[in-house]
Design a protein around this ligand. Structure first.
Ligand SMILES: Cc1ncc(COP(=O)(O)OP(=O)(O)O)c(N)n1
Ligand SMILES: Cc1ncsc1CCOP(=O)(O)O
Ligand SMILES: [Mg+2]
Length: 540
């Protein structure tokens, strides 16, 4: 059977490697287990094979794929692809040039290309629809399978950049798979996080080697991957993830929930924030623990209502932070990131980008400068600000907050005189392929919390960092069907109301700190939000 290109299902792309077969298995037996259990496309990739064996193995696999009506792609070797009448080839940046491959194979065969950079997307777009049919984007995560890799792992952020480049170049015909270190513990997060910024394009599938080829039970491994692919819903926390522009939250209920749950709030934060953050957490019914001990992080994440705040003001070792994010993601407990000074130094930016690519965050809280840097809108910052850079216009801030919320599928909070809260979680749902969207961007509900300026908040240390403690306390208190969006709005509103109250009572920055803790303590226990002199509303 000759496959037409629009017939190809890229969702579960098995790439072979006979050097990792478990005892008793053969290349054919592993591939057939895959074909019987949901593999939709096969690539024979045998880097250590001589041509004769590659040809004979190819004939066997081609017969199998034909029996299961699945296309077969040959890696690197155009000659072998022609000889076995494969359905296409996959070549990398250092293999035979694409135009030559297309000339040899003709217009109907499937050509895949390894892509990791924007300029490679621009090149395929310039060639037009007749050349590259699909791209393998990777490697996403570190892998032992590809020997002597020339590229470092790109993470989900790297995949998003390639998807954005495809959109920006108008290369709508190109299908995409992610490849490299993909396994059941990260596939849903990759599928959920990796979409173009305009919301139109998700991945068309994933390509795996070792998860199936090295498996003692390749059929079971395939079914696990198939189920994850078909679930279309990534439940990274065990509470609701509304992305509807709901009636703005019932703060009273959210406060009751924190009072009831008294959540454990693990802080991995800077030294300046620790004491004040712990006292703010206690004032809002949270139970703070300041711990960067890797060996206890899994136990802590399993405590009921546990939550984690990572504040990169003082940079803890990346491996400690990654271990913590992984533990809380596995326990489906919320993680909040405060990327303090995100773009201040290349070191901070690199560490925060690594973290953002390594796990799923329930909330990202930062100030306007940090938000614009995260959204890569910093040049707009200069257009929209006075010489001091202190006054960024709200439209730019809202745009940046929505971009970050969607790019990281999180609830983004941008603090300032006006606090903006954008919910990009999409309810935890994701799709494969391209989606029709209204307008030029996905629908991201955004709220504003305002009550007038409180300049003295900026005159004490850790006031911004401790909003992170408050948000993490509210998120930590949640269980299904409570919703994250409402909890974050409640936390931000309470925090601003306490700031206003303390500012009206204090005599200077010293007494403000005390008055602020008192105000949080008092307002939390009174729990009468309608008396607070702070407003929150949905902005379209
Ligand atoms: C689907 C898919 N994506 C990427 C690759 C890697 O191809 P390449 O860069 O040519 O490296 P080798 O596989 O030849 O080592 C792939 N094979 N398949
Ligand atoms: C061929 C290839 N190209 C980039 S990573 C990779 C190997 C992926 O193997 P695994 O799925 O075992 O990580
Ligand atoms: Mg190659």
């Amino acid at each position: 059977m000759v496959f037409t290109k629009d017939q190809v299902d890229y969702s579960l792309y098995l790439v072979t490697d006979s050097t990792m077969l478990p005892p008793g298995a053969t290349l054919s037996s592993q591939v057939e287990e895959g074909l019987m259990n949901g593999v939709t496309l096969v690539q024979i990739r045998e880097k250590d094979c001589d041509t004769k064996n590659f040809f004979h193995e190819g004939v066997l696999i081609k017969k199998l794929c034909t029996d299961y009506n699945v296309p077969l792609i040959v890696n690197d070797r155009v000659d072998v692809a022609l000889a076995i009448r494969a359905d296409g080839v996959h070549v990398g940046q250092d293999d035979m040039p694409i135009p030559v491959v297309r000339e040899l194979l003709g217009p109907d065969k499937i050509i895949g290309w390894s892509v990791s950079k924007v300029e490679e997307v621009e090149k395929l777009a310039n060639w037009g629809p007749g050349m590259v049919d699909n791209i393998g984007i990777g490697m996403v995560f570190p892998t032992q399978t590809k020997k002597n890799p020339k590229k470092s792992p790109m993470g989900t952020a790297g995949v998003i950049k390639v998807l954005d480049a495809l959109e920006n170049c108008g290369a709508s015909w190109v299908k995409t798979v992610a490849i490299g270190g993909l396994h059941p513990d990260n596939i849903q997060r990759v599928l959920y996080q990796c979409s173009s910024t305009n919301g139109r394009r998700y991945l068309d599938g994933i390509a795996v080697v070792s998860d199936i080829m090295a498996s003692e039970d390749a059929g079971l491994s395939t079914r696990i991957l198939r189920d994850l692919l078909d679930s279309n819903s990534y439940k990274f926390v065990d509470f609701g993830l509304s992305n509807e522009a709901l009636q703005v939250s019932n703060i009273n209920a959210a406060l009751h929930q924190v009072h009831f749950a008294r959540p454990l709030v693990q802080h991995m934060t800077n030294k300046v924030h620790q004491n004040f953050g712990a006292n703010v957490t206690l004032a809002v019914f949270g139970s703070p623990i300041m711990s960067e001990v890797v060996s206890e992080v899994k136990d802590l994440s399993n405590i009921p209502y546990a939550s984690l705040l990572i504040n990169t003001g003082t940079i803890a070792p990346l491996d400690v932070l990654k271990a913590a994010v992984t533990a809380y993601n596995e326990s489906k407990r919320p993680v909040v990131l405060d990327p303090v000074g995100y773009s201040a130094t290349p070191t901070r930016m690199s560490l925060n980008n690594d973290l953002l690519s390594y796990g799923q965050f329930s909330c990202i809280k930062c100030n306007a400068s940090e938000m614009l840097s995260l959204a890569e809108l910093s040049d707009e910052r200069m257009k929209g600000v006075d010489s001091s850079g202190s006054n960024i216009n709200n439209d730019t801030v809202i745009k940046a907050t929505k971009i970050v919320a969607y790019r990281y599928k999180t609830i983004a909070v941008c603090t300032g005189e006006y606090d903006f809260i954008a919910n990009g979680t999409m309810g935890g749902h994701y799709s494969l392929g391209t989606q029709e969207i209204r307008g030029d961007s996905p629908s991201i509900p955004c709220f504003v919390v305002h009550g007038g300026n409180i300049p003295i908040m900026g005159d004490i240390t850790a006031s911004g960092c401790s909003l992170g403690s408050t948000i993490t306390s509210f998120l930590g208190s949640l269980s299904f069907p409570n919703e994250a969006q409402n909890a974050v709005i409640a936390a931000v509103t309470l925090y601003k109301a306490a700031g206003k109250l303390a500012a009206s009572r204090c005599k200077g920055s010293g007494s403000f700190q005390v008055e602020f803790i008192d105000a949080l303590y008092q307002l939390s226990r009174e729990n009468i939000p309608e008396k607070w002199d702070v407003k929150y509303e949905l902005i379209l």
